[in-house]
Write a protein that binds this ligand. Structure first.
Ligand SMILES: [Zn+2]
Length: 237
């Protein structure tokens, strides 16, 4: 092999590896929904038909919709770097600390002592799987520095406080844990399984969660219809 062909081969290999890595991280099957999400964030007013309303209930679905906004990232959506989304992200299209979040269902609210942006609610009897205990997790309710937007009714350390569906929990925020890289203003809402001993499992793993869409009466999850956003009983092309 000549020196020139070795250099050429190395160059080709480098280009192929770079392209493969880029494709792996950049390609998303939900790209069309992500595009709608960007349109919404730029100008929510011009896409008001995509907005789901807080406290609304879709047909016979058991849960109230927990906040206003677009269901931009669904349960099962790929989030990059191999992470699969384990809840639904609802983006108000407003500033942080403005758009209320309410309880989707009655339950017992807990906020661990070090939780700045999250609460979790124990639901002893899953309305879709009677006899099974589930947990409803609500997060990102703080500003980038961790100043909480959670209702003063639920200070850090709150444990097992019984609340009704529709109770005000706090406001959508953009807390990510890193003040220099806040998330877009939204609520992350997920349904976490019980570990069988009365504790919630690790909510970061999709295997420990349930698809919230049937509980909210939404027709889509992240594995279906990637060009659509969910809407009550139907989907918007
Ligand atoms: Zn999320």
């Amino acid at each position: 092999m000549s020196r020139r062909s070795i250099i050429l081969s190395l160059l080709v290999i480098t280009v192929i590896i770079t392209a493969a890595v880029t494709a792996y991280y950049m390609y998303r099957p939900n790209a069309a929904r992500v595009d709608k999400f960007h349109q919404w964030m730029e100008d929510p007013a011009s896409h008001s038909d995509w907005k789901l309303a807080a406290k609304s209930q879709c047909g016979a679905a058991p849960f109230l919709f927990p906040t206003d906004g677009l269901g931009g990232f669904l349960w099962g959506d790929p989030m990059g770097r191999g992470h699969i989304h384990q809840g639904i992200d609802i983006f108000a299209g407003t500033d942080a600390g403005v758009t209320p979040v309410i309880a989707a269902y009655p339950g017992y609210l807990t906020r661990l002592p070090d939780w700045k942006s999250a609460v979790i609610m124990r639901v002893p009897d899953d309305p879709l799987h009677p006899g099974q205990q589930i947990w409803l997790y609500y997060t990102h309710m703080a500003d980038p520095n961790g100043n909480s937007f959670i209702s003063s009714e639920f200070p850090a350390g709150t444990s097992e406080k019984l609340i009704e569906a529709g109770t005000f929990l706090g406001y959508q925020g953009n807390y990510s844990g890193d003040p220099n890289n806040p998330v877009g203003v939204h609520l992350h809402f997920s349904i976490v399984e019980d570990d069988g001993t009365g504790k919630f499992k690790n909510e970061l793993d999709i295997d420990n969660t349930l698809d919230p869409s049937p509980y909210l009466g939404l027709p889509l999850n992240g594995y279906e219809n990637h060009d659509q956003v969910p809407f009550c009983g139907t989907a918007v092309e």
